[in-house]
Design a protein around this ligand. Sequence first.
Ligand SMILES: [Zn+2]
Length: 323
Amino acid sequence: MRPLLTAFLAAGLAACAAADPDPGQTVKITPLGSHAGEFCAFDRALILEDPNGTRLLYDVGRTVRGADDPRLGNIDAVLLSHAHGDHLGDRHQSGADAGTCAQPDASVSDAPQSGTVKVAVAKKAKLLVGGEMGSFFQKKLAAAGGDSGQVQLVRFGGERDVHGVAVYSVPAVHSNGLSPAFLEGEHAQALEANGLTAYMGPPGGFVVEFTNGLTVYLSGDTGHTAEQETLVRRRFGAELVVMNIGGIFSTGPAEAAFVINELVQPRSVIASHANEETTVGGQVKEGSKTAAFIALTEAPVYPPLSGRTMAFDARGNCVSGCF
Ligand SMILES: [Zn+2]
């Protein structure tokens, strides 16, 4: 029986290899932060590049220095988790390394258009949003010189294709109020006067399946969610997680570590949204939230050092550029 068994296993492995789409290729992830080589307070934006060249920009934030930021290059799709100003882009840094890592300069206003809309229009990129954000951004893009057809709504359970890269919407437990600074007219003033925001539907995160087989979970701003186990792990098997660790507004280090260790169980993690100076000279500071998160997390955690490209294989292993 042994030769037969061996032949059977070999055939099975060959079938697996044939079905596995180019596992030797890597997904390249480049953080666009405020200070080169560091992980700083406002850092959120990442470029994720598929082996086929498709480039996704996740949460523009305040550190993308306008639509002509030379770090952007070609962008096929912008993914927006929710409409809070530090993700949508209410203002941005005036120049490379402006301000300190703890308090980056973000003196250039992008309201009422937003950094997200400006980048999507300039790059003629798709803009993927969930909740009630679709019709809002259709109007915004059209008013800013873009095409309302660039906006692609994707709600929980749904999927969009970007040149062979599958983008799924998954829940985030957070909030999603739009500041009146992005609105015009008398209703904006009424909201502002009453300290209210505009309803944009639920916030979200994303699961992205790249063509080499790597599946990445982008948490958005969130607390623990049951779907981190039921969907992100059991349905999608995410092997790389970009995880918010800032606390107060989302899971902090201990709660984020629980999400990683118990719920998602990925191969690798990139910390995000620390809301503090995390590194000096590219080294994680003792006593920082990221240091606590690293200590509590079983999988390797990589700080997103601005401008340093990390490459991940199909299994979520970092094969270059991780520190
Ligand atoms: Zn938020």
